[in-house]
Design a protein around this ligand. Structure first.
Ligand code: GCV
Length: 682
């Protein structure tokens, strides 16, 4: 900025008179803002050997932003057991970051910058960090036409039409953001994969992205379509046991590795929701996955094979992945990892964890979370997902007795298998702020931080993110952190409390449609299939006398879930068909509890609006108003959910809405007429 003296005086006056003076921001800098820093240390305060691209990035970050002591970056092969982790020690004059890898040094640099920006102590450091998972991967559901399936932040970041010639600066910014939180792998394209991604011209575009990402420690993976040999190679079929199919994959894989020597491998959605797969030829998921694993093996690549399979059979959808995959345990190659959604249905606001995690002891397994808010209000609702991620990771499967949490099963602590990985469906798009809602950035951040260290608490992650993304002022951080930490439960309350699930409007999944029962549609794609409301009660009976999904859990969980009195109340309607007047622990009926939960959810969002308005002076105008507007939408949606669900279910319960809560403000018939024209890209 160039000021003349008068302007400078005016500027200073404004800064002094309004302590909360903050410049406009569009969120494009994510948690890497460094608002008060003009320059960091000089290059002669950095001691490091070598000048690889990764080392140069580390130096640049220090020169731009680090304002503390001198820094020594030391590669140290004795730290191999930390993998890409690092050690940081310090004295008042110097910080030493050591790692056995260069990317570990860069992670260490981001670590001290994070400490600086969160105003943590940087004087007395004695830190050792080792990543919880080897593969910390984002799954983009980006199509080649740049639409993003379940994406709510604009078009895809990948400008396929312009690549490989035109390079968007956002490719590097994206890699940097990921590296700053330890994400080291990326699947570029949708699991509903176009075979075209494997065409030569697309692979050349992929290579350019891989080259940009490499110095940031990020490997590229691709989702592949199982029919590729037939579609691209004109083969008779894509049968995994057909010799020419194997040769096709072998040749294609060599072609990829010639372009991208550190290519990560394939992600596969097979025989699921209409996608082709080995079962089209009477083969198993293991036959399909192993065929690909064999061709990737010589290059060090892996196959992430998804367990998200279900068909419109009379069998409970929640049981199908387990039924399909458990008999295949022990049959997968060691470079295959089964990617399992956190719940057995589909990324619902709350699900019981998938029982597959507690089974398949001879097979590598990884969690797939969904960062993009397909079932959580898109990019309109403020829902901080760390508590959901933690709930899954901390769930005890009892696979090896008490203490067999999903975290320990998947991160190698309970070592039964080779590979450790964790994935999440990205919420990133072309929007200036990357994620649509400013607070949705926190979910990208939270996934990365938990993939790095699954012991971190939601509180810690929210705290870090807020301080870097907004301000370290306690009067801002404390109330807003509290809002974030309660926001997932609030969303569950106003959408689907007590274990209700999948009562969303058809296809686009925004808003309620508990009455949804579409003539001719697959029953497992209708809300009535999931809530089963009738004159007797509400909920899906998955007990031994119902679908018997409880039997897929290890003892004592199967017994706990089988018994209505011991089932956690937040999963009651997931496992039981519960009478409307069933007395819950607070001595109120299930119906009353349902009503109070919906009301609590609405009240929660109304409170968030007040909390947000009270911190206006701490936030730049642009982001303040953007979040304020989104909270208004969220509040209206919460009312909509509450009224739609209570008025509809009341038709069965025939019980009054408790008189001490707000009365409905909608007519059920009007709500039933709402048909949103939302795009759903498959
Ligand atoms: C990529 C859900 C979503 C689909 C998604 C699918 C999956 O069904 O609605 O859009 O497809 O999950 O995870 O494969």
């Amino acid at each position: 900025m160039n000021f003349n003296l008068r302007q400078l005086a005016f500027f200073l006056l404004i800064c002094c008179c309004i302590p909360s003076f903050v410049l406009a921001e569009d969120g494009s800098q994510l948690w890497l803002r460094f608002p008060h820093i003009k320059q960091g240390i000089s290059s002669n305060q950095i001691f490091v050997k070598g000048n690889s691209a990764t080392i140069n990035i580390a130096k640049k970050e220090l020169i731009n932003y680090w304002q503390g002591q001198a820094v020594e970056l030391k590669t140290d092969t004795s730290l191999k057991s930390l993998k890409d982790g690092f050690k940081i020690t310090s004295d008042p004059k110097k910080i030493t970051i050591s790692s056995s890898t260069e990317i570990g040094l860069l992670y260490g640099v981001y670590h001290i910058l994070r400490l600086q920006e969160t105003k943590a102590d940087t004087q007395n450091l004695n830190i050792t960090e080792k990543p919880s998972y080897d593969v910390r991967i984002l799954n983009h559901w980006d199509n080649l036409d740049r639409t993003v399936e379940r994406g709510y932040a604009g078009y895809s970041l990948w400008k396929w039409d312009e690549l490989p010639n035109v390079i968007s600066p956002r490719y590097e910014a994206y890699a940097r953001a990921n590296a700053s939180i330890g994400i080291n792998s990326v699947v570029l394209n949708n699991v509903n994969a176009s075979p075209n991604i494997l065409k030569k011209d697309y692979l050349e575009k992929v290579k350019v992205l891989a080259d940009i990402f490499r110095p940031y420690g990020i490997k590229v993976y691709l989702s592949v379509n199982f029919s590729s040999p037939k579609v691209l190679g004109n083969l008779e079929n894509s049968d995994p046991l057909n010799k020419s199919v194997k040769v096709w994959w072998k040749d294609k894989t060599s072609e990829i590795y010639k372009l991208i020597p550190d290519f990560g491998g394939f992600l596969v959605k097979a025989n699921s929701e209409g996608q082709p797969g080995p079962q089209d030829y009477g083969r198993t998921h293991a036959d399909g996955a192993n065929m690909m694993a064999d061709v990737l093996k010589p290059f060090g690549g892996i196959v992430m094979w998804r367990a998200f399979v279900y068909n419109p059979t009379p069998e409970d959808r929640a049981k199908q992945a387990y039924n399909e995959f458990v008999p295949l345990d022990g049959k997968f190659r060691d470079n295959v990892i089964i990617q399992i959604k956190n719940g057995p249905v589909d990324f619902q606001p709350r699900e019981a964890f998938s029982p597959l995690f507690g089974a398949m002891k001879k097979t590598s397994k990884m969690v797939e979370f969904q960062i993009t808010q397909e079932y959580l209000g898109f990019s309109n609702h403020l829902v901080f997902l760390a508590p959901l991620f933690k709930e899954t990771l901390d769930s005890d499967t009892y696979a090896f007795g008490k203490g067999s949490s999903i975290a320990k099963i998947t991160d190698g602590t309970l070592k039964t298998t080779q590979l450790s990985a964790i994935a999440a469906v990205a919420n990133i798009g072309e929007d200036n702020n990357w994620t649509g809602h400013h607070f949705a950035q926190a979910n990208w951040y939270a996934f990365g931080r938990l993939a790095w260290n699954n012991d971190l608490t939601s509180d810690h992650i929210a705290d870090e993110w807020l301080k870097q993304t907004f301000t370290t002022e306690t009067n801002f951080v404390n109330p807003i952190k509290n809002m974030m930490l309660t926001s997932r439960e609030t969303a569950v309350d106003y959408m689907m409390p007590l274990g209700l699930h999948h009562i969303f409007a058809n296809e686009h999944h925004y808003g309620p449609e508990p009455w949804g029962d579409y003539p001719g549609a697959r029953p497992d794609w209708t809300p009535v299939y999931y809530h089963k409301a009738d004159a007797n009660g509400l909920g899906f009976d998955r007990t031994m006398s119902g679908s018997n999904a409880v039997s897929q859990y290890n003892s004592p969980l199967k017994e706990i879930y089988n018994n209505i009195n011991t089932t956690p109340e937040n999963l009651l309607l997931w496992f039981h068909h519960v009478p409307w007047d069933y007395q819950m622990k607070n001595n109120k009926s299930m119906w009353d509890n349902l009503a109070y939960k919906y009301d609590k959810g609405v009240k929660g969002v109304r409170t968030y609006q007040k909390i947000w308005d009270q911190v206006e002076s701490y936030v730049d105008k642009e982001r303040f108003f953007a979040v304020q507007s989104k909270l208004k939408i969220q509040a209206k949606d919460a009312f909509w959910w509450k009224d739609a669900c209570l008025l509809y279910f009341q038709g069965f319960s025939k019980m009054p809405i408790p008189y001490d809560i707000e009365r409905p403000i909608h007519e059920l018939e009007d709500l039933k007429k709402i048909k949103l024209n939302m795009k759903h890209h498959n």
